[in-house]
Design a protein around this ligand. Structure first.
Ligand code: ZN
Length: 277
């Protein structure tokens, strides 16, 4: 087995439409295509490939966008068909979900869909049966675990990166004190200043790990109307955080790359040395 590449920034976008998750969401303007194109253009600019964990419904809503992601050489992976948390599905319901997702993606030209990310990191001790189903459908890896306590989900006793029921799980990295959160994506990446993000990234690389990420179309949407996001418990303070520094995602990512010598990679390429075909 060859060694894993060093200083890797696994850049990924969870491709979903936040409007699907809030009541009356579709009264707000369409934002997924324009914001996804921002990621695609930025990735072209830095000459890198990334992984898009795609919701099947979003793929059906925007088939040309999925074709464009494939055309530009990025990895297409699964973020379930309708973004239902694993904890709310039975194994048979999840089988149907995987089937529907794969039918959609292969219909749009995706080949070798190997990766999976559970909605809202809902792979936990209670839902780990899902690894067996993923294996049935030919998936080889998952990046679905938050190895800490979390108000929503979390698997604090998770043993660390490795094979679970035939699937290679690459859990989120949790920063060290005082950043004991998944700093590599979403709201945390936008909130923390670059010197903190970069020092957490350096510490991760020093231990031989990769920095994982999880951005969304809305993370770079600087024009979005104010509305309450899902899972905020109607907290105005938490919801305010959802809008912080949306215009700085790309400059902060570039700063991290420059200051730490990170290399942006697709998940499947990074895992090629760890997973036997
Ligand atoms: Zn999601």
């Amino acid at each position: 087995m060859s060694a894993s590449p060093a200083n890797v920034f696994l850049f990924s976008i969870d491709l979903e439409d936040v409007r699907d998750f809030i009541p009356g969401g579709h009264q707000y303007r369409e934002a997924v295509p324009a914001n996804t194109l921002k990621y695609l253009d930025w990735l072209d600019k830095i000459q890198s490939k990334a992984t898009f964990f795609i919701v099947g419904k979003t793929a059906r809503d925007y088939p040309d966008l999925i074709r464009e992601i494939i055309r530009r050489g990025h990895e297409t992976a699964c973020h379930t068909d309708t973004h239902i948390h694993l904890t709310k599905m039975t194994a048979d319901q999840f089988r149907t979900d995987c089937e529907n997702f794969l039918t959609t993606l292969t219909g749009l030209g995706a080949t070798a869909v190997k990766g999976f990310r559970a909605p809202t990191f809902s792979m936990t001790e209670q839902s780990r049966w899902a690894y067996g189903v993923l294996r049935e459908f030919g998936f080889t890896y998952s990046s679905s675990v938050l190895p800490s306590t979390n108000p929503l989900f979390g698997w604090p006793e998770f043993k660390g990166e490795g094979i679970y029921d035939g699937i290679y799980e690459l859990p989120m990295n949790i920063g060290s004190w005082p950043v004991k959160v998944p700093f590599g994506g979403g709201v945390y990446f936008r909130f923390f200043p670059s010197f903190i993000l970069n020092s957490q990234a350096r510490a991760t690389f020093a231990k031989g790990g990769a920095v994982l990420s999880y951005f969304h179309p809305y993370d770079v949407d600087t024009d979005q109307e104010p509305f309450m996001h899902p899972h905020m418990n109607d907290s105005k303070a938490l919801n305010w955080l959802m809008y912080v520094n949306r215009g700085k995602v790309f400059s902060k990512a570039e700063n991290l790359i420059e200051q730490t010598g990170a290399v942006v990679m697709r998940y499947d390429h990074y895992l090629a040395s760890k997973i036997k075909a």
